[in-house]
Design a protein around this ligand. Sequence first.
Ligand code: GUN
Length: 174
Amino acid sequence: MDMKKVNSLDFTEFVSVFRNVVERCPLVAAAVWSHRPFSGLEDLENHFFAFIDALPKSGQEGILRCHPDLAGRDVLMGRLSEESRREQSHAGLTSLKTHDRLRLLHLNQEYRKRFGFPFVVAALLSDRATVFQELARRLHCQPESELRTALDEVKKIIHLRLIDLLDSHYFGVE
Ligand code: GUN
């Protein structure tokens, strides 16, 4: 889909296409539609980022809490969004051996206990070993900086999901 097509979408169509650019948060796409027309991918993604940046801390934490745990219950129950399933599968997290799944479950629980939201990482840019390393490392970060890190990961996910939805060779209005 090119940017001309994106700019021609009515509200319902736009939300239907971009509803899961922010995991399980279609409200963000609904708000971004108001800013059309978009000059290109960068402009479009900047509106997603600006919406998140403008939220109070409770809203930013809410965005993070909409993400399922990596290799968590939703993976086992087959309840992942298509995007999350693809990203987790890419990082080898949908086919973990029991030992690794239990280790990740434990680390996820520790992380959630410390920060109050799930561990989010751009899984498409990662692999199994790096996910474990990053989770163990970020577990010891300060809450203020960890919120910023987690939101930066959400922005990487947004960028990659938008590229996937748009023609990846197309970055501007003709
Ligand atoms: N990274 C990419 N997708 C996801 C997801 O669905 N959940 C979490 N926690 N991290 C992700």
